[in-house]
Ligand binder design. Structure first.
Ligand code: IMP
Ligand code: MG
Length: 177
């Protein structure tokens, strides 16, 4: 494919910042006194987690987990590999998984299963975006930024073959020609 992708803006940096503040306020209220552990799923969620942690008003910690689905391009394969594990134990902790986008649901379904087996006090899911039309396995999202239509989105941590991750806004990828 030689077509050049264009990016059609969907959420501005200002809209993103406003929604992240609202989510941080909600989580801070729900987890007051619980010292939650925010677990960012690399790489996509690092920018969202960086903003979220600074907007939180209660004590909490952050850790990361790295997964990859086989394959590249705009289709995830459903096979999820754990590439880098947490650096902390989660037994008895209130854990919140931080994700960039829920698409088929395979990534989160796998991580929820793996982490639940480790005995956390609770396990919640916070995803900045959700593409419900693409779901293959059921996932309960406790905190959601925005739902998006069935289009490939990039920016604010989300990439297309490692491109466009750095954009401060979120947009659709559109192929010309
Ligand atoms: P799932 O396992 O199919 O739910 O896919 C989850 C992962 O695929 C996300 O964490 C993203 O990294 C990636 N992904 C899914 N949809 C998109 C998209 O529209 N843009 C960029 N990455 C995506
Ligand atoms: Mg991701």
């Amino acid at each position: 494919m030689n077509s050049k992708p264009a990016i059609i803006p969907l959420f501005t940096a200002e809209q993103i910042a406003e929604r992240v503040s609202q989510l941080a306020a909600e989580i801070s209220e729900d987890y007051a006194g619980k010292n939650p552990l925010l677990v960012g799923i690399l790489k996509g969620a690092w920018m969202f987690l960086a903003d979220l942690t600074r907007a939180m008003t209660i004590p909490h910690q952050c850790d990361f987990i790295r997964v990859s689905s086989y394959g590249s391009g705009t289709e995830s394969s459903g096979e999820v590999r754990l590439l880098t594990d947490l650096s902390t134990t989660i037994i008895g902790r209130h854990v919140i998984l931080i994700e960039d986008i829920v698409d088929t649901g395979h990534t989160l379904a796998t991580l929820v299963k793996v982490l639940k087996e480790r005995g956390p006090a609770s396990l919640a899911v916070c995803s900045f975006l959700d593409k419900p039309e693409r779901r293959e396995v059921a996932i309960h999202i406790d905190y959601l930024g925005f739902p998006v239509p069935n289009r490939f989105v990039v920016g604010y941590g989300l990439d297309w073959d490692e491109r466009f991750r750095h954009l401060p806004y979120i947009g659709y990828l559109e192929f010309e020609g």
